[in-house]
Design a protein around this ligand. Structure first.
Ligand SMILES: Nc1c(C(=O)O)ncn1[C@@H]1O[C@H](COP(=O)(O)O)[C@@H](O)[C@H]1O
Length: 166
């Protein structure tokens, strides 16, 4: 079952956006990947956003670089939650993408993650779905526990590597 749409303004965004897909894979969440651009394919973008609910999508992750209008425009044309990923480009280090995505006008929310933060976008989509899916929620809890265990392990290894004071 495809529940998440992972879309991006260009295939050149894929090296960043694949991190969202990998996170969804880890949790067994079904998704599709599409190149959709508000600037280059405005009619496709409106069709994609307009059909998303009928096609069974629950969350859309939209990544774009530069003048990144895709996440906000998709959010304006669908009632689904939209997570925006600012993709860093050669110039301006992704600050342009961040500013383009994060400062939405009141009424049209986009949940913006950090610059290049596609993994967190995938994990946030999982959490949104998990709110109404007890089995997925249990997986999120297990994942959180694995993070806690990882930190505890690193903490113990660091402590053990330090020379004890006289
Ligand atoms: N920001 C947008 C939009 C949009 O917002 O509609 N469409 C493409 N782009 C971005 O242009 C950058 C360069 O694209 P190319 O590499 O194809 O020239 C990409 O990061 C893409 O997300």
């Amino acid at each position: 079952m495809i529940e998440v749409g992972v879309i991006m303004g260009s295939d050149s965004d894929w090296p960043v956006m694949r991190l969202a897909a990998e996170a969804l894979d880890e949790f067994g969440v079904g998704y599709e990947v599409r190149v959709v651009s508000a600037h280059r394919t405005p009619h496709l973008m409106l069709d994609y956003a307009g059909d998303a609910v009928a096609r069974g999508l629950k969350v859309i992750i939209a990544g774009a670089g530069g003048a990144a209008h895709l996440p906000g425009m998709v959010a304006s044309a669908t009632p689904l939650p939209v997570i925006g990923v600012p993709v860093p480009l050669k110039y301006l280090d992704g600050l342009d993408s961040l500013m383009s995505i994060v400062q939405m006008p009141a009424g049209i929310p986009v949940a913006t993650v950090s610059i290049g933060g596609a993994r967190n976008a995938g994990l946030l989509a999982v959490r949104i779905l998990a709110a109404t899916d007890p089995a997925l929620l249990a997986k999120v809890r297990d994942f959180q526990e694995s993070l806690r265990a990882m930190v505890a392990e690193k903490d113990a290894a660091l402590s053990a590597s330090l020379v004890a004071p006289e």
